[in-house]
Design a protein around this ligand. Structure first.
Ligand SMILES: NC(=O)c1ccc[n+]([C@@H]2O[C@H](COP(=O)([O-])OP(=O)(O)OC[C@H]3O[C@@H](n4cnc5c(N)ncnc54)[C@H](O)[C@@H]3O)[C@@H](O)[C@H]2O)c1
Length: 316
């Protein structure tokens, strides 16, 4: 499979940069648009196949220039959950309007589009009563979940009105190599490793009993590429997760096991005001059945790989 000419929005971010790395050997050219609001230019691999634009996805002139010979679009740029709660207007602009705008521009200026993948989020499930949660459920309580969910709906509109070939993935908590603690809004796994390495206590907000579905980055990227490569998944919405719940306390213990600092201090702080989700695990059977996707890494393996990557000090 060759992806030809690819556009990755948010390609300097955690997931985007790892996707770009995996796409490099199977693409002719990768165009990245990233405004570097949370992304890191150095996370993008050096390659003559990559064309990087330090710009926003809502730059119409730029999209008109790059879209005409693009074969595949991966729309990943976003303003994250924590930032979104601070500024609803900015969340609307970056997560909702930019998603809508990109769909509109792709429909107008991308005649050779073979597939577009939109990375949505497990945050659309809120505090779901069904664990692992299937794609049919939703509970919108945060600006981030509202804006990401709205773009899912606009994807459906463009699929049905204009036959745009789009697939939607709802990602669970991804972690692993490439998750940079230089991004203050990075996930908890990167924060735990960073604190352990600096000799600082691992901070847990709330009781630590809250659970998340931690999926290793290369498994997540594999799902994104599979969804991109298949034409029979247009209009489908797929969960990407392991289905396994891990409490934040257990995660902290596992990280400390991996770094061999079992007696390292853990401190508890009052619960955060955002992302007050008590249980999360995703039912990914649809993705497994339709695309044959399976998470290949256990949490222990993924954490060990992350630690080895941190020790090597690559692109941080
Ligand atoms: N990381 C996860 O655990 C996770 C979980 C669920 C869903 N997702 C989804 O995956 C995608 C990637 O997430 P991530 O973790 O890599 O986030 P990230 O913050 O690391 O990357 C997002 C990138 O988008 C860029 N960006 C923001 N606004 C932009 C704009 N207007 N124009 C161009 N670039 C812009 C940022 O600079 C950054 O590089 C997002 O769509 C997110 O909603 C991620």
């Amino acid at each position: 499979m060759n992806f030809g000419n690819v556009l990755v929005t948010g390609g300097a971010g955690f997931v985007g940069s790892q996707l770009v790395q995996k796409l490099l050997p199977v693409s002719n050219r990768i165009t990245i648009i990233d405004d570097l609001s949370t992304g890191n230019r150095h996370a993008i691999p050096e390659s003559e196949k990559i064309v990087f634009y330090h710009d926003t996805v809502t730059n119409e002139q730029l999209l008109q220039q790059v879209l005409p010979d693009i074969d595949y679009v991966f729309h990943l740029s976003c303003r994250n959950l924590v930032l979104s709660a601070d500024n609803l207007e900015a969340d609307f602009q970056t997560n909702l309007y930019a998603g809508f705008f990109l769909l509109q521009q792709v429909q107008k200026h991308c005649p050779s589009l073979k597939k577009m993948v939109y990375t949505s989020t497990a945050s659309v499930y809120g505090n779901a009563p069904i664990i692992p949660t299937p794609e049919s459920y939703y509970q919108i309580t945060m600006p981030y979940s509202a804006s990401k969910f709205a773009v899912e709906h606009y994807c459906q509109v463009y699929i049905h009105m204009y036959q745009l070939p789009v697939t939607i993935l709802r990602l669970s908590n991804l972690y692993g190599p490439g998750q940079l603690v230089s991004n203050p809004y990075c996930g908890v796994v990167a924060k735990f490793f960073d604190a352990a390495q600096k000799g600082q206590p691992l901070t847990i907000y709330g009781s630590g009993h809250q659970t998340r579905d931690f999926t290793y980055i290369s498994d997540g990227v594999e799902a994104i590429m599979l969804a991109g490569s298949r034409t029979d998944t247009v209009g489908k919405v797929y969960n990407v997760g392991t289905g396994i719940e891990t409490s934040i306390s257990d995660l902290a213990k596992l990280v400390l096991q991996v770094v061999q600092k079992a007696d390292h201090p853990i401190q508890y702080e009052p619960d955060r005001t955002v992302d007050r989700v008590y249980r999360r695990a995703l039912d990914s059977r649809l993705l497994q059945n339709d695309l044959g996707w399976q998470p290949r890494h256990t949490l222990e393996e993924g954490l060990t790989n992350t630690f080895l990557w941190l020790k090597r000090g690559e692109r941080q």
